[in-house]
Design a protein around this ligand. Structure first.
Ligand code: ASC
Length: 150
């Protein structure tokens, strides 16, 4: 019985993957962590957007490099939305914790779209890349509209 319990815990922890590593001593540490992740997302998404919108020439390697970073970093912020972090230096609305299922849906959507963005960048097809970028940025925006204060 004990063995079964231990393997269940181990399986659960590995399913949680990277999010299980995010542990915070203080609420402000969690807030700083997720803001750092969003800062990285904005920087790398911004580079992709510049290419998607033709403000800088399309570069397949840069598209893939940046898309991979977005897909990796998109896994990170969510574990830092711990209870008690809806106030302080944050634009996170209290609704995140009231309608957490919806928030989690948005988080999942961004992760799914950013994985598709990596695939589109790999394909080297600029139209596919533009479409996938639009879906990824749309996932950012949908969540901001509902859950980020102005
Ligand atoms: C970005 C960024 C956001 C989103 C949003 C999408 O690159 O910094 O906040 O994309 O603009 O609409």
């Amino acid at each position: 019985m004990k063995k079964i319990l231990v393997s269940l815990v181990v399986a659960g922890a590995s399913l949680m993957g990277v999010s299980a590593q995010a542990q915070f001593a203080k609420p402000e540490d969690a807030i700083k962590y997720r803001k750092a992740a969003f800062t990285l997302l904005a920087a790398h998404n911004g580079r992709l957007g510049a290419m998607a919108q033709g403000r800088v020439p399309f570069d397949a390697k840069s598209a893939l490099d940046n898309a991979e970073i977005v897909a990796d970093v998109a896994k990170l912020p969510w574990a830092a939305f711990v209870d008690g972090t809806d106030s302080g230096e944050t634009k996170a609305k209290a609704e995140i914790w009231k309608d957490n299922a919806k928030f989690k849906d948005y988080a999942g959507k961004l992760q799914a779209e950013s994985v598709k963005l990596v695939a589109a960048a790999k394909s080297g097809n600029q139209d596919a890349f533009k479409t996938a970028f639009g879906a990824t940025a749309g996932a950012c925006k949908a969540c901001h509209d509902d859950f980020r204060a102005k």
